[in-house]
Design a protein around this ligand. Structure first.
Ligand SMILES: [Zn+2]
Length: 431
């Protein structure tokens, strides 16, 4: 267990709350001024002017500065929002997999370096230490989880195994060879590894894993206890989003909410329907403003994630506010291996076959077949079942970048979908 009073940066992590608010106000003004000055998107689409940065209080900021949405970014906002010359961009990171229309974010060298210094705090809080061995099972490639956090963990001085894109057999071999004391992956990956190891008849209690970080998708307390029992370490939740950064918030050893890097991003909770800012401990949609992003800054970005913020003192001694673990989103979503699948993406894919299937009558489920998870999409073809099923699978693969098995909806399921008693997404994997 990480020592309670062992901080990566004591002054920043235990900043008095009133000093944090003063700092946030200063950083918010700077962020709005920067966007109004440098971003065509914020100037033209959001009508931000430099004068708008002269708000006197955080309340004034919330009253006068508009929200940014994912749709804004998808409708051309990403490129319009590039605030540095293209030759200063060092990296680009995408939302997930190979969606037809991914959200991406540009980073300069300064964005990466500054991000590392902040994100390292989250990792250190979750038990990652200099000289220890860390296995990164989060995907590298375009997805931001692997790379960005790889740098942050190097910043701490850990020995890191970049195992983001290896088979489970290889992952197991690496764990036995290098005996990592900590690791990161999406929660379902640990469940998958455990199932693989069990079927290979191996004793994974012999691993040295003590700090097991799970992010990218919600998981239940039951799943947490299962992973802890099987692997013998402690599982900590982590939160982030690729439009900004992964590792923005994480659980400390108290596991009573995720300390958010509130001097790196400004968190607000709003009523998703009215947009009104809600007080502490009230549940609503998380909205984030970036303080330090020079290539792709975001002002009041609506994350779609439902949570609440608490500023009550944490026994660990950190004063950074905590967000509750994310359990649901404002829109219907399915999480699969760290990817978020949205209702609209499935409907877009099925809409291409609108003569053959009803694009609004479907259900997508994660099913667990002997320890392996797969995605199934149930549909209603109007004729020629077999051909339509394989064409639907093709369309879904193209849109989501995933292998999807398509099968028929049963009569009972159709009736329950029509009555809204059945949701479009379901997760039937082993809990
Ligand atoms: Zn704490």
């Amino acid at each position: 267990m990480p020592e309670k009073k062992d901080f990566f940066n004591r002054n920043k992590e235990t900043i008095p709350p009133e000093d944090l608010e003063t700092l946030q106000l200063k950083k918010l003004r700077k962020a709005v001024l920067y966007a109004a000055d440098r971003s065509r998107f914020y100037r033209r689409t959001k009508k931000l002017r430099k004068e708008d940065a002269r708000f006197r209080t955080i309340d004034d900021f919330a009253k006068n500065i508009p929200f940014t949405t994912k749709d804004d970014l998808l409708n051309g906002g990403i490129r319009e929002n590039l605030c540095v010359p293209e030759n200063r961009v060092a990296e680009v990171h995408f939302s997930s997999g190979t969606n037809a229309k991914p959200v991406f974010t540009f980073l300069t060298k300064k964005d990466i370096d500054e991000g590392n210094a902040y994100l390292a705090r989250t990792w250190h809080m979750q038990g990652i230490r200099r000289g220890e061995t860390f296995a990164m099972f989060a995907s590298y490639g375009l997805f931001s989880a692997g790379f960005i956090n790889h740098y942050a963990i190097q910043k701490i001085g850990s020995f890191i195994i970049p195992a983001g894109n290896v088979s489970s057999a290889k992952a197991l071999e690496l764990i036995r060879e290098f005996k990592p004391s900590s690791s990161a992956a999406v929660a379902s990956y640990y469940l998958y590894l455990i199932a693989e190891w069990e079927s290979a008849g191996l004793d994974f209690k012999k691993t040295e894993l003590r700090h097991i970080i799970a992010g990218g998708e919600p998981f239940t307390e039951k799943q947490r206890r299962f992973i802890e029992k099987k692997l013998g370490g402690r599982v900590y939740d982590q939160y982030g989003l690729c439009e900004i950064n992964t590792g923005l918030a994480g659980e400390c050893s108290e596991k009573n909410g995720l300390h958010i890097l509130a001097d790196y991003v400004y968190p607000e909770i709003i009523n998703p329907r009215t947009g009104a800012v809600l007080g502490d401990d009230m549940e609503g949609e998380l909205v984030l403003t970036t303080f330090h992003k020079e290539a792709s800054p975001l002002i009041r970005y609506r994350t779609g994630d439902i949570t609440r913020i608490t500023r009550k003192m944490c026994p660990c001694g950190r004063t950074m506010p905590r967000i509750a673990r994310i359990r649901r989103r404002t829109m219907e979503t399915l999480f699969f291996k760290g990817m978020k699948i949205e209702k609209k993406q499935v409907e877009d894919a099925l809409f291409e076959l609108r003569g053959e299937v009803n694009p609004h009558l479907w259900r997508m489920e994660i099913q667990s077949i002997s320890g392996r998870d797969r995605i199934v999409c149930k549909i209603v073809p109007s004729k020629g079942n077999a051909k339509t099923l394989s064409r639907a699978a093709e369309c879904l693969k193209k849109k989501l970048g995933l292998n999807v098995k398509s099968i028929l909806l049963t009569k009972g399921e159709i009736a329950r979908l029509k009555d809204s008693k059945l949701k479009h997404f379901g997760d039937n994997k082993k809990k």
